[in-house]
Write a protein that binds this ligand. Sequence first.
Ligand SMILES: Nc1ncnc2c1ncn2[C@@H]1O[C@H](COP(=O)(O)OP(=O)(O)O)[C@@H](O)[C@H]1O
Ligand code: SF4
Ligand SMILES: [Mg+2]
Length: 342
Amino acid sequence: MSEKNHILEVKNLQVSYHTYAGEVKAVRGVNFELNTGEALAIVGESGCGKSVTAKTIMGLIKGPAGEVKKGSEILYKGENVLNYDKKQWQAYKGGECAIIFQDALASLNPTMRVGKQIMENLMVHKHMSKKEAQKEAVEMLRLVGIPEPEKRVKQYPHQFSGGMRQRVMIAIAFACDPKLLICDEPTTALDVTIQGQILDIIKDLQKRNNTSVIMITHDLGVVANVAQEIAVMYSGVIVERGKCEDIFYRPRHPYTWALIQSVPRLDLKNKQELASIPGTPPDLLNPPAGCPFSTRCKYCMGICKEQMPEITDFGDGHTAACWLHHPMAPKVEMPERKGGAE
Ligand SMILES: Nc1ncnc2c1ncn2[C@@H]1O[C@H](COP(=O)(O)OP(=O)(O)O)[C@@H](O)[C@H]1O
Ligand code: SF4
Ligand SMILES: [Mg+2]
């Protein structure tokens, strides 16, 4: 198999916040690669470090409270962005990558017509004249599925519904022609039908422009049709990685098992009892010495509490960090999915 071309490689990323209570170790050694033109989903419960990872890649961690630890590497096209000077950061943040947040209202400029916000990016990044940008802004709104774009282009963000505002955000992000797009829970605040539409738009634009995408979500259910690869994150570390099919059909980590149990099954008509994961994630001020999931894992063994699990490689980029895969561990299979009568 040929080596894929990685637009982004994150190596041993460690990020902490210094608070009055102590050091919050938000990201504790994250590693992943993003293939050019593909989408990688980062999935995990709230508070596990997804947004901090995204912000670090976008250069948004600000000192003195936030600290990207020495030894961390974020290689964009082979160069460590953490060593960029001011000018390189500007070029990278302005033209190479873009981010879409969950809360479009907070990210849009409330006092500027949405058309102008799209036009600004088109004029700066695609060097269009004002007239060309005006025309293109209308086209971009049409492309993201906003009805009557000629009229809507002159309106302000507050005149749009949540779903429509998120579409505007996508139009603005793609107007920069980013090579790398990070979507941080872009559909979390929206209802299920609109969620699907927004994900479809991102997927279509990604294919059209060959954009590489990091899709961040707490909901494993939304990534199946969007990403080629999934990284499952827990308590500041990635516990399992692999191709979408491997994570859904051959998951190897008890936390991934629990996440899968909590995704509604569309093939079941009966009302389903969704398993929520009992317990809470560990305190990142004082994370456990061993496996971060050991406080909630029903398969926890003696060694789990003492030593961080080794990473087992199942081939084809599928890895999991769990002691169950040690040759001396008892054999355990993923539990049957619950969810009513077949
Ligand atoms: N500005 C901050 N100051 C202190 N702690 C923070 C700050 N931002 C995030 N954290 C902590 O970092 C951890 C990871 O947060 P975050 O990346 O936002 O989680 P997620 O996006 O996965 O829900 C959490 O424990 C959170 O409390
Ligand atoms: S290493 Fe141990 S505690 Fe951690 S997920 Fe595996 S079995 Fe559970
Ligand atoms: Mg977040």
